[in-house]
Design a binder for this molecule. Sequence first.
Ligand SMILES: Nc1ncnc2c1ncn2[C@@H]1O[C@H](COP(=O)(O)OP(=O)(O)O)[C@@H](O)[C@H]1O
Ligand SMILES: [Mg+2]
Length: 352
Amino acid sequence: MSVYAIWNNKGGVGKSYLTFQIASEYARQNYNKKVLVIDLCPQANSSSMLLGGMFEGERNLNVIHNQNPRKTITGYITDRIRSPYISPKTGSGYYTQVSRINGRIPENLFLVVGDEQLEIQASRVMGATQTGPEDAWRIVHLWVRDLIEDIKLSWNYADCCVFIDCNPSFSIYTELALSAADRMIIPFSADGSSQRAVKAVLSLVYGETRHEGEQKSEFFLYTERYKMALPQIYMYVGNRLTQMNNSSASAFKTVVQEIGKEIWNVWNTSPSSFCIHPNGAPTPTNQRTFRKMFQYEVNDANTASVVSSALGIPISFLSAGQKEVGVRRITVNQSQLDRQVPNIQELAKNIE
Ligand SMILES: Nc1ncnc2c1ncn2[C@@H]1O[C@H](COP(=O)(O)OP(=O)(O)O)[C@@H](O)[C@H]1O
Ligand SMILES: [Mg+2]
């Protein structure tokens, strides 16, 4: 059982989109395993896609958010604010079998629904790290890990895989996500700010300082103090590769190379921050074998991607042809599907 956090310190790089696509495809490939998605982003984009997309999914989210108590991440966090330092063991009451709401999703995929109230709860969560027992910081940071433990127990420890969609900001709930995760998937897009964001990830999580005398993040310092394990880098994913024209393709290549170099440098100083995969694979010895193990690419599938997320149909399950999206009819071409589906399938196949 592994827990993957999908995180980059930048918005719009495809964290939620890839969570939706990879979790669904992984569930399809591994029908005998349970797949759990935890949406730890208050925008709840991956929840919306999983629950049926732009129209249906949003309606379904509304219904779930109107329940009391809320069967969402906020419901569980409410329990924890009440009982911060002793696990109430209520986590198994907060997940939803997605196929009951969206028939397009495999039956073995479960979701702890995202909730915008998380934003409002953040200061209370922070507060709980600052009072209470001496190791309050550590205990509070394990809340999401406790939540996963409760759900696993309710499944009798059946084989499962967990994906956590994160908010871009390095907020308290992102810290909770990273404390629960064993592995990290870092999506990025083809621009300079994406490169800076990847550097920020390396510095915030792994304490890789970029300038002389720079302060390390509190998160890094506390995880050291309490000897907590950090998630290991599992993949960095160049997302939305476009094949529009030569100049944009080569601009993208440059960014991918630069980010690759940055991550390669971290590998050289702290290889233990990386997760060698698949299990038993030989340790990379040069930049080429390193890239082969850790670097992935996902192309932009244009209209097919839009239709997939608008209708809540994972792209690897989507067929070509005319689709009704709201009041419009939109055509999905096979060539668009062929650009991205193999990437998603390959990515999911490489997840253990
Ligand atoms: N590979 C892709 N191909 C096409 N569109 C994509 C792809 N990845 C992401 N998108 C789109 O880009 C936008 C931003 O992605 P999103 O997953 O919401 O980013 P994040 O969660 O990192 O903020 C969304 O509209 C999403 O549907
Ligand atoms: Mg998102």
